[in-house]
Design a protein around this ligand. Structure first.
Ligand code: CA
Length: 227
């Protein structure tokens, strides 16, 4: 199970990550609202632990943005006894909330409860031609071959698959997959695309990931003669 924790308090964030990893979860931690939102929208998490007060974008705005496209379970961390925050959180689509300070065992129990609910909904498979991605099992395959992808490659591929047929500029990929402002000096996107292509396209006759010169990348099935 893959969790995203968005919490700017350094000590608390580290403590949560450590505890949740020890409880058997995969955990990504973001200490910033904008970065956290980018990760939430592209990272294929099973649940999100979301602090309300954050630099960048606050927890309510993040939740609002997430709810436009996803029903992923969200547990909000609110200030102690702040009834207004709790009500606001639940109204904006939080599945549960926990007031600070809280016992770690309580957090863990709430997360497990949310995950049990969460598994009943959401179809989480994408496909193009013989390329398939399953967000629940985090398995990517092409034909009968299992593709071994890193977390970023998985996120990149799921974004390309979700928006297949659309040209995605590098800036969009940088923002959504890496949560960073696109800087033309870095080639992190190109490098990742090249690595992904080596895995999903190079061993196969039919190529799916195409570069659109000066514009970006598109994942689509093209006619053999126009490829
Ligand atoms: Ca905070």
């Amino acid at each position: 199970m893959h969790l995203l924790v968005i919490e700017d308090e350094v000590k608390l964030g580290d403590y949560l990550r450590k505890g949740l990893v020890e409880s058997g979860f995969n955990v990504d931690l973001s200490r910033d609202g904008s970065e956290g939102l980018g990760m939430a929208l592209t990272g294929n998490y099973d649940a999100i632990v979301l602090d309300v007060m954050l630099p960048g974008i606050d927890g309510f705005k993040i939740l609002e943005a997430i709810r436009k496209s996803s029903s992923i379970p969200v547990l909000m961390l609110t200030a102690r006894d702040d009834v207004v925050d709790r009500v606001k959180g639940l109204e904006s689509g939080a599945d549960d909330y926990l007031a600070k300070p809280f016992a770690f065992s309580e957090l863990q129990a709430r997360i497990r409860a949310l995950l049990r609910r969460g598994t009943l909904q959401e179809t989480t498979r994408y496909a193009l031609a013989d390329l398939q991605l399953d967000l629940t099992t985090r398995k990517a395959t092409r034909g009968s071959k299992r593709l071994e992808l890193t977390a970023k490659e998985f996120a990149l591929l799921s974004l390309l698959l979700r928006r297949q047929g659309q040209i995605l500029p590098r800036a969009i990929l940088a923002d959504q997959v890496w949560g960073m402002n696109f800087d033309s000096e870095t080639n992190v996107v190109e490098v990742a695309v090249r690595r992904l292509r080596m895995k999903i396209d190079d061993p196969f006759d039919v190529k799916l990931l195409h570069t659109v010169r000066g514009m970006g990348y598109v994942l689509e099935l093209r006619d053999a003669d126009s490829a």
